[in-house]
Design a protein around this ligand. Structure first.
Ligand SMILES: Cc1cc2nc3c(=O)[nH]c(=O)nc-3n(C[C@H](O)[C@H](O)[C@H](O)COP(=O)(O)OP(=O)(O)OC[C@H]3O[C@@H](n4cnc5c(N)ncnc54)[C@H](O)[C@@H]3O)c2cc1C
Length: 430
C-alpha cells in the first residue's frame, strides 16, 4: 500500500539547496528588480541570467517538463515541493523556468503547436529568452467567455484580428500574445472561437493602459487594457483547431491554477513564519504576544489553514501525475483554486493584526499579500465559478432520495435495526 508523505532523500537534498539559494540569492533580487519579466531592464539582465545559468548547471531548469522540452519530467508533485519554496521570491519561478503565464502558454504550445510554431514561439519561451501574454478576458466580461466579441476574419492567407482585451498580464514585456477571438460567430457558443499566436511587433497592437493593482504605482501596472486594430497574422498562426479555443484554454488553465496554488503555499508559510516570530518578540501588558490565548488561536488556525491547503495541493498534483488528464481532476483543481484566496487572505490578515500598526505599513508585505489573495480569487476564474464547478461535479456523484424523506431519515432505519436484532434485544429486556 502506497500512502507516503515523505520526500525522497535525493530530491530533498536538491530542495535544501534551493531553500538556501532562494534566501541568499533571489530574495534580495526582488528588492532591486521591479519586474523580473522585463527583458529590457538592464539591471534585471545583469542579475537574473547568471542565476538561471546556475539553475541550469544543477539540472533544475523547468524540471516539470519532459526531456523533449528540455526538462527532466519530474511532474507536478515535485514541482509543488519546489514551488512552495520558489513562491517566496517574485523572481523565483523565472530563475527556475516555471513562471506564469509562460508555463501555461508553453503547455498549450507543446500540446497544440505545429513544428514551426514550436520553433518560433515555444523554443525561446522554454529557453527563458522570451516572455508571453495570454490575452483572453475582455472589458465587458471575463468569467463568461461566451460574451467575448474580439473577432478574427479570414482574408486570403491571413486572419485579421479586431477587438479589445482586458487584464492581459505582462503585455508590456511580451514578445508574443496568445489571443482568443471569434472566428465562427454562428457556431455553437463553445465552438465560436479560435486561438491565435500574435507577435508583439505586428502592426495594430496597442496597449491602451497598463492597470496597476491595489495601491501600486500607476507606472508599475502590468495588466494591460489592449486594442487589436486590424492586426494581421498568417493563417498558420492559428493555435489548435479552428473553433477549439475553449478546449485549448482549459488545457492551459488547469495547470496554471494548480501552479499558482503551489506558489501560494510559500506565501502563506511566509505569513505564518512572520506571525510566529512577532508573537515571540513583542511584549505587551506583561507578557509575550505568543503567551496570549487569542494570539495562540490565530497561530493554530493559520497552521490548520496552511497544512490542510498544502495537502490538498499536493494530492491534486499527485492526481495530475497519476491520471495525466486535467478533466479527471477538475473538481480537485477547482477546490484548490477556491481555497487558495481564503487561506492566503486569512493567514496574511492575522499576521498583519499580530504586527499591529507595523503590519499595516508598506514596510511589511502584508497588505501586498492580502491584495494577492484577491488576485488569486479572480485570475483564472472567480472563486464563485470554481465553487459552482466543484458542487456540480460532487452532485453528479449522488442520486435524489427515492421518496418524500431523505435516505438518512432515522425512524425507518431504527425500525429495521430493531427488527433485525429483535432476538438480542429481547434477551436483554430492551
Ligand atoms: C491579477 C489578474 C491577472 C489576470 N491576468 C489575466 C491574463 O493574463 N489574461 C486574461 O485573459 N485575463 C486575465 N485576468 C482576468 C481574469 O481572468 C478575470 O478577472 C476573471 O475571469 C473574472 O472576470 P471579470 O474580472 O470580468 O469579472 P466578472 O466576469 O465581471 O465577474 C465579477 C464577479 O461576479 C461574480 N460571478 C461571476 N460569474 C459568476 C457565477 N457564474 N456565479 C456566481 N458569481 C459569479 C464573481 O464574484 C466575480 O468575481 C486577470 C485578472 C486578475 C485579477
Amino acid at each position: 500500500m502506497a500512502w507516503d508523505f515523505e520526500t525522497d532523500e535525493t530530491y530533498q537534498k536538491e530542495l535544501d539547496w534551493v531553500e538556501g539559494f532562494v534566501r541568499e540569492e533571489l530574495e534580495p533580487i526582488d528588492l532591486v528588480v521591479r519586474h523580473p519579466q522585463d527583458l529590457q531592464d538592464p539591471v534585471r539582465q545583469e542579475l537574473i541570467p547568471p542565476l538561471q545559468e546556475e539553475v541550469r548547471r544543477r539540472g533544475l531548469w523547468a524540471t516539470h517538463l519532459g526531456p523533449e522540452l528540455g526538462g527532466r519530467g519530474d511532474g507536478q508533485v515535485k514541482l509543488a515541493l519546489l514551488n512552495e519554496i520558489l513562491g517566496r521570491a517574485r523572481c523565483g519561478p523565472i530563475v527556475f523556468g516555471c513562471q506564469a503565464p509562460d508555463t501555461g502558454n508553453s503547455e498549450i504550445l507543446a500540446h497544440y503547436g505545429t513544428p514551426e510554431q514550436k520553433d518560433r514561439f515555444l523554443a525561446p519561451l522554454l529557453a527563458g529568452e522570451a516572455v508571453s501574454c495570454f490575452s483572453m478576458t475582455e472589458p465587458q466580461g471575463g468569467a463568461d467567455p461566451k460574451v467575448f466579441t474580439t473577432t478574427a476574419v479570414r482574408d486570403g492567407d491571413e486572419w485579421v484580428i479586431d477587438g479589445e482585451k482586458w487584464f492581459s498580464s505582462n503585455a508590456r514585456f511580451a514578445s508574443f500574445f496568445i489571443v482568443m477571438a471569434v472566428t465562427d460567430p454562428d457556431a455553437d457558443p463553445y465552438r465560436r472561437m479560435s486561438m491565435f499566436l500574435v507577435p508583439a511587433d505586428a502592426p495594430g497592437i496597442e496597449i491602451l493602459r497598463n492597470i496597476g493593482l491595489g495601491g501600486q504605482d500607476a507606472a508599475d501596472g502590468t495588466h494591460a487594457h489592449m486594442r487589436y486594430r486590424q492586426v494581421r497574422v498568417p493563417a498558420t498562426n492559428m493555435l489548435g483547431p479552428r473553433g477549439d479555443a475553449f478546449v485549448v484554454a482549459q488545457t492551459r488553465l488547469g495547470g496554471g491554477r494548480i501552479h499558482h496554488a503551489m506558489r501560494a503555499v510559500a506565501l502563506v508559510r511566509r505569513a505564518l513564519d512572520m506571525m510566529c516570530e512577532r508573537a515571540l518578540s513583542r511584549h505587551t501588558q506583561g507578557s509575550l504576544l505568543g503567551d496570549k490565548q487569542l494570539v495562540q488561536q490565530m497561530i493554530a488556525d493559520s497552521w490548520i489553514d496552511l497544512e490542510s491547503f498544502r495537502l490538498l495541493v499536493l494530492r491534486t498534483a499527485w492526481k495530475i501525475d497519476r491520471y495525466k488528464d486535467y478533466k479527471r481532476v477538475r473538481a480537485d483543481i477547482s477546490a484548490v483554486k477556491a481555497a487558495m484566496p481564503r487561506v492566503l487572505h486569512d493567514v496574511s490578515a492575522r499576521a498583519l493584526q499580530v504586527h499591529g500598526s507595523l503590519g499595516l505599513a508598506n514596510d511589511m508585505p502584508f497588505m501586498w499579500l492580502i491584495a494577492e489573495s484577491f488576485h488569486m480569487g479572480l485570475a483564472d476564474g472567480p472563486t464563485e465559478v470554481h465553487k459552482v464547478t466543484l458542487a456540480r461535479q460532487e452532485l453528479a456523484l449522488h442520486e435524489p432520495a427515492p421518496g418524500a424523506f431523505p435516505t438518512g431519515y432515522l425512524p425507518p432505519k431504527e425500525q429495521a435495526a430493531r427488527e433485525r436484532f429483535a432476538e438480542v434485544l429481547e434477551r436483554h429486556g430492551r
